[in-house]
Design a protein around this ligand. Structure first.
Ligand code: FAD
Length: 393
C-alpha cells in the first residue's frame, strides 16, 4: 500500500523546508550533518526563532503557545527538521515535562514554567532511572520526606542525559515506602541550583560525556513544586510521554542517515558498485525504511481519526532503532579500515577517500546509536509488550 500526502500536507512540508533554508545557519546545519555538537547559545537562538514562528512546541495546544497540530503534521514537521539537519530542540522540556505540566499542573505551575520552556529560559533533564531502577522503574528508591512546606530529597539518579547543562530536573521520588511500589511515588520539579545537588559525569568509552549521575543530599523542593499530587507520581510518569510515544519510529533520523549514505556513494572515488552483497543489503534496508514510513503514517492517521492504539508504538520503536543500526553497518562497510582509531592521523591529514568529518560521524554514530536499543524502553521490554498484547503470550 502506498501512502500519499494530501496537497495541503505536501504544501506544509514545502513551507517547513523553506523556513529552515531561510532561517537555519548553514554552519550549524553542517555540524548537525556531521554529528558534531551544536553550541548551546545557538540552540537557544534556534529555539527562539522557532518560538517566534509559533513552531517551538509542535505538540502543545495553541492556548499554551503550541501549534495544535495533529499527529501527522507533527511527524511531517519532525521529518523535515531531521532531513534538513536542523538541531533538535531540548526534548526534556518540550516533549516531556511541558506536556506533563499542561496535563497535571496547577494554573500557577503552568504560568510559571511553560513560557520559560518555550523561550528556552529553563533547561530540563529527566531524573527517572536509578542504579536499582531502570526497566523496573516503579522500584525507584530516591527518598523525599516532607519537612514543613518543603520536600527533603536524598538518593541518586543515573544515566541523566544533559544534567551538566540543565538547571531543572523532574524527579520520581519515593514518598511512601509502605505502600505498593507504584502507589508511593511522587513527581517533583526541582531547581538544581542548590547545595544539595551534585552532578558527576559518566563517560562513554570514547571519553564523551553522554550521561551523568546526580546525587541529592538533603536537597530541597518547595511543596508547591509537586506535580499531580503526593503519591500520584506514577500516573504522571506513565503519561509523561503522552502522544510522544507514537513518534518513536525514527523515520526522519533514518531518512537523514540514508540520504547521507547516498551522498557519500555519489562522491568519487567511493564505489561499492562491484560489491553485490553490500548493494543488496542497501536495497533491502531502503525497502525496510519505506515500509517503516508507511507503517508510521498509517498509525498516526489512525490515531488522528480516533482509532485505538495497541502495541504498534512498540513495533515501530523496535523497527526504527534496528534500522538506524542497519544503516550504521552499511556505512561502516563504506569506510572500512579508515574507521580504525590507528588511522586517525591519516584521516586528519586528508589521506583517506572520504573526508575525516564523515568518517568520524560514521564511526562514532555507530556506537552512539547502540544506545537506541535501551533508551526509551529496551528492545526486550518492547518484545514483551508485543508478545503479550499481539500474540497473547
Ligand atoms: C542514550 C541513553 C540515554 C538515557 N537517558 C536517560 C535520562 O536522561 N534519564 C533517565 O532517567 N534515564 C536515561 N536512560 C536510562 C534508560 O532509561 C535505561 O537504560 C533503561 O530504562 C533500561 O534500564 P537499565 O539500564 O537499568 O537496564 P535494566 O532495566 O537493568 O535492564 C538490563 C537488561 O535486562 C533486560 N530486561 C530488564 N527487564 C526485563 C524483562 N522484564 N524482560 C526481559 N528483559 C528484561 C533489559 O532489556 C536489558 O537488556 C538513558 C539510556 C540511554 C541508553
Amino acid at each position: 500500500m502506498q501512502y500519499r500526502l494530501s496537497p495541503e500536507d505536501a504544501a506544509f512540508v514545502e513551507e517547513v523546508a523553506s523556513f529552515i533554508t531561510a532561517e537555519l545557519d548553514p554552519a550549524m546545519a553542517r555540524r548537525v550533518k556531521f554529528g558534531e555538537p551544536v553550541p548551546k547559545a545557538y540552540l537557544d537562538e534556534w529555539t527562539r526563532t522557532l518560538n517566534r514562528k509559533g513552531w517551538a512546541a509542535p505538540n502543545w495546544p495553541i492556548e499554551y503557545g503550541g501549534t495544535g497540530w495533529n499527529m501527522l503534521r507533527r511527524h511531517l514537521f519532525d521529518q523535515a527538521m531531521r532531513v534538513h539537519h536542523a538541531p533538535q530542540t531540548e526534548g526534556f522540556g518540550f516533549n516531556m515535562v511541558g506536556p506533563a505540566i499542561i496535563k497535571y499542573g496547577s494554573e500557577a505551575q503552568k504560568a510559571h514554567y511553560l513560557p520559560k520552556i518555550l523561550n528556552q529560559d529553563m533547561n530540563w533533564c529527566q531524573g527517572y532511572s536509578e542504579p536499582g531502577a531502570g526497566s523496573d522503574l516503579a522500584s525507584v528508591s530516591t527518598r523525599a520526606v516532607l519537612d514543613g512546606d518543603q520536600y527533603v530529597v536524598n538518593g541518586s539518579k543515573i544515566w541523566t542525559s544533559r544534567a551538566e547543562v540543565a538547571d531543572h530536573i523532574f524527579l520520581l521520588v519515593r514518598t511512601n515506602p509502605d505502600a505498593k511500589k507504584q502507589l508511593g511515588i511522587t513527581f517533583l520539579l526541582m531547581d538544581m541550583n542548590q547545595p544539595g545537588v551534585e552532578v558527576k559525569p559518566l563517560l562513554a568509552f570514547n571519553g564523551a560525556r553522554l550521561w551523568n549521575q546526580v546525587f541529592f543530599e538533603n536537597a530541597r523542593v518547595p511543596k508547591e513544586n509537586c506535580l499531580g499530587g503526593e503519591n500520584q507520581g506514577w500516573s504522571v510518569a506513565k503519561s509523561l510521554l503522552g502522544d510522544e510515544r507514537l513518534l518513536v519510529s525514527r523515520v526522519g533520523e533514518n531518512q537523514r542517515i540514508c540520504r547521507r549514505l547516498l551522498e557519500l556513494l555519489a562522491e568519487p572515488p567511493i564505489t561499492l558498485a562491484g560489491d553485490g552483497a553490500w548493494t543488496k543489503r542497501l536495497a533491502e534496508t531502503r525497502i525496510r525504511l519505506e515500509a517503516l514510513e508507511a507503517s508510521a503514517l498509517r498509525l498516526l492517521t489512525k490515531f488522528d481519526q480516533g482509532g485505538a492504539i495497541g502495541a504498534e508504538p512498540s513495533m515501530l520503536k523496535l523497527q526504527g532503532s534496528q534500522l538506524v543500526q542497519a544503516f550504521d553497518t552499511l556505512l561502516m562497510g563504506l569506510i572500512g579500515e579508515y574507521a580504525l582509531p590507528e588511522n586517525r592521523f591519516q584521516r586528519e591529514a586528508g589521506a583517506t577517500p572520504i573526508c575525516h568529518e564523515s568518517i568520524d560521524m560514521i564511526a562514532s554514530g555507530r556506537y552512539h546509536h547502540r544506545g537506541f536499543t535501551l533508551a526509551g524502553g529496551t528492545s526486550e521490554i518492547q518484545h514483551d509488550i508485543i508478545a503479550k498484547s499481539v500474540l497473547g503470550l
